[in-house]
Ligand binder design. Sequence first.
Ligand SMILES: Nc1ncnc2c1ncn2[C@@H]1O[C@H](COP(=O)(O)OP(=O)(O)OP(=O)(O)O)[C@@H](O)[C@H]1O
Ligand SMILES: [Mg+2]
Length: 347
Amino acid sequence: MTATASLEQLRRCHFAVDLGAARTRVYVKGAGVVVDQPSVAAVNTRTGALIAVGEFAEKMTGRTPDYIRVVRPVSGGTVVDIEMAQRMLRHLLGDKIRRSLRRKPILRAAACTPHDADPLAQRACIETLVGLGARRVELVDTLIAAAVGCGLPVERPEATMVLVCGAAATQVAVLSLGSIVNAVRIPVGGEAVDHAIVQHLRHQHELMLPSQSVRPLQLALSGNGLTASGPASTEIHGRDVATGLARSVQVDTAAVRDAIQTPLTAVLDGIGKVLRDCPPDLVADLADRGIMMVGGSALLPGFDQMLRHATGMPVHIAERPEVCAVEGLGAMLEGRIEPLALDPLSD
Ligand SMILES: Nc1ncnc2c1ncn2[C@@H]1O[C@H](COP(=O)(O)OP(=O)(O)OP(=O)(O)O)[C@@H](O)[C@H]1O
Ligand SMILES: [Mg+2]
């Protein structure tokens, strides 16, 4: 199911929101991206009061006394706690921006939702923004928003392939003439890759890895990309599962690379499926243009090389891939893009 509003409606919106499983981003017309923070809130369970949101709340994860709970109101790419998502957004926006939005006689908002978002998930997103004062909410398919945001010529009659690598999911689509020809959403993203690494260390080395140590290990893996061999082993500091004491181990990088093959293979299968179901004329365009990677997990070291190797297609990473979707929404709000071919011509 695609939920993409017309450009005409989008141009009338005052702000746009990308509520991601990992991060929340907000674009305000005329001001640009004003919020780019983790989708996290910390709540005092005794009083119900909000203690922190965004970066600060994320830092509290795993470090709170038992009366403080760190919550993520967006999960798997959809809003699962509407009230908490509203409170989080209100705080992330801050008083100044909220005051200026409240001055609009009819506040209009846009949001992007995952490609296969069901009516319930779309409703949750709309209600979240209605709670923020929006009188109208336009939904845009994340795949379209991201493709626009990375400057793909979506409105032309040529096929392009976009791979949105999020935290909770990876979405892949072939786009032509401003709409989605074929797409799939694979429920595997950056979180699954991090999880596979943490599980590997726990099982093979009886080591608990603090979440902030996953990234350096990924970098070590990528010495020469996920496909080739970098350094044979790397030293990792963590905590012993049994004793709880600090310990460091030499980790075999090839074994970790194997551990993350499962989530990455699921992504490859998704790409294969989209290509198989694609009309032959478009496949020829794709072989030329290749795949454009967007989303935070596009930065996973060596991921692009692995895709290049496995598909034989050119693979590009967008400039600032993590903000493509929200920047795409922004471009639509500002009227910076050509009318999509399928929008009715105005005369
Ligand atoms: N430099 C990096 N290397 C590897 N992974 C990264 C890097 N930067 C961000 N990520 C990963 O990207 C993910 C966040 O990407 P993004 O901001 O696109 O997610 P999101 O939009 O919140 O999620 P979703 O679209 O799935 O709801 C996280 O899983 C994070 O671990
Ligand atoms: Mg996203």
